[in-house]
Design a protein around this ligand. Structure first.
Ligand code: NAD
Ligand code: MG
Length: 395
């Protein structure tokens, strides 16, 4: 296999795991030239990624860091850009395969640049799909781009989706997050550090908090619906604390196919990078006897309202899912900055959607029909969530 690649969000948790996979495959003699890499603000990590990967182009999102990035990358024979246009250039440059691993809706424009030129797009960033929804899927189809899901649950489904027309249901598994056994009272005073201490996965802070509220599973429900074309009613969520079964597909003959593996993002990343082949990666192997048992429990809607909020938005329309994800980004940011409590995250999302419903009802009346409309809904939801977060902080 020879495949040129770009990595959007190379300094993050998924980005770093992607570097590891590339290095391991290069050591096996595979040719994987790197075209472009991007980072938000971490010039030091961007420079380290460039030393390891030797890309042709590096982009830093924060334009005020351009001089610093140039300095750090001097002598590496890499062109350097900054700001939104540089991020988009990273997606647009000719790489066969693009890892979309920026967090949040900020990943949408650079990922769309890769979609528009018909690339293989390894999709870790779920928010950009949740944000743009059907428009994103339609664009991929129109431009001949191939979406390779990297989110472990969606990667699992993708791996066992042998007969898409003969599917009865999908089941997404959830670890349950760090607060699976906590009471609402305990959660009310949970700190950012506690919310980020995920029992099974080591991830970026935003997705870690989403895992603690179960909003991550809500976003994944929406992601699965848009990616695979199933309505909310056909997708179940089950809590599976061992995170060994990554999701399941139920077929019309009663067969259920699941993908299992140790919880390690290098597995779905390697799957996407080698697709449609498979590559040897040195991840820990599943030892069933050591695991001893796999357990399952229904998610508790009373303690974790996010899942229901996401389901409601999904059954409404794509404007509601755009707004849900945008409001959640603002709420998580406020929680991580210590400006609100853990339980205020879901409250803020709910109030922001209710506020839009009242004040700007037109925005949520129908699914956006253009990316400009997506942007308008996203911005309105952020404004509403900031307002509510501000009131909570002042109270
Ligand atoms: P992270 O916070 O560790 O990394 C995020 C990356 O995005 C960094 O490279 C950062 O520099 C970049 N970034 C952040 N804000 C940016 C902005 N405004 N503009 C440009 N770049 C920006 O996050 P992560 O855990 O690697 O997750 C990345 C994405 O993958 C998320 O959407 C997450 O939901 C998804 N995902 C992650 C995991 C995981 O195990 N970490 C698993 C499944 C899905
Ligand atoms: Mg996931």
């Amino acid at each position: 296999m020879s495949r040129s690649v770009s990595i959007l969000g190379v300094t993050g948790s998924v980005g770093q795991s992607t570097i590891q996979v590339i290095e391991e495959l290069r050591a096996q003699g595979r040719d994987i030239p790197v075209e472009a890499v991007t980072a938000a603000t971490r010039v030091d990590l961007l420079a380290e990624a460039c030393r390891r990967l030797k890309p042709k182009f590096a982009a830093i999102a924060d334009p005020t860091l351009l001089a610093q990035a140039r300095e750090a990358l001097s002598g590496l024979d890499v062109a350097v850009g900054a700001g939104p246009s540089a991020l988009e250039e990273a997606g647009a440059r000719q790489a066969d395969w693009v890892m979309s691993a920026i967090v949040g809706a900020a990943g949408l424009a650079p990922t769309m640049a890769a979609v528009r030129r018909g690339a293989l797009v390894a999709l870790a960033n779920k928010e950009c799909l949740v944000c743009a929804g059907p428009l994103f899927i339609d664009a991929a189809q129109a431009h001949g781009a191939t979406l390779l899901p990297v989110d472990s649950e969606h990667n699992a489904i993708f791996q066992v989706l042998t007969h898409p027309d003969r599917v009865e249901r999908l089941t997404l598994t959830a670890s349950g997050g760090p607060f699976r056994t906590w009471t609402r009272e305990q959660m009310a005073s949970a700190s950012p550090a506690q919310a980020c201490a995920h029992p099974m996965w080591s991830m970026g802070r935003k997705i870690s908090v989403d895992s603690a509220t179960l909003m991550n599973k809500g976003l994944e429900l929406i992601e699965a619906s848009y990616l695979f074309g199933f309505p909310s009613e056909s997708i179940d969520v089950i809590v599976h604390p061992q995170s060994t079964i990554h999701s399941l597909v139920h077929y019309v003959d009663g067969s259920v196919l699941a993908q299992m593996a140790t919880p390690d993002m290098r597995i779905p990343i390697a799957y996407a990078l080698a697709w449609p082949d498979r590559a040897a990666v040195s991840t820990a192997r599943l030892e069933l006897a050591k695991l001893a048992q796999l357990t399952f429990e229904a998610p508790d809607d009373a303690r974790f309202p996010a899942l229901k909020q996401a389901r409601l938005a999904l059954s409404r329309n794509a404007a509601a899912t755009t707004a849900l994800s945008a409001a959640n980004e603002i709420a998580v940011e406020a929680f991580l900055a210590g400006r609100m409590g853990f339980l205020d995250i879901c409250r803020t999302v709910e109030d922001a959607l209710a506020h839009l419903e009242g004040a700007e009802a037109g925005l949520l009346a129908k699914s956006p029909s253009s990316f400009a409309e997506v942007e308008a809904v996203d911005q309105a939801a952020r404004r509403a969530a900031r307002l509510i977060a501000g009131n909570l902080a002042a109270a």
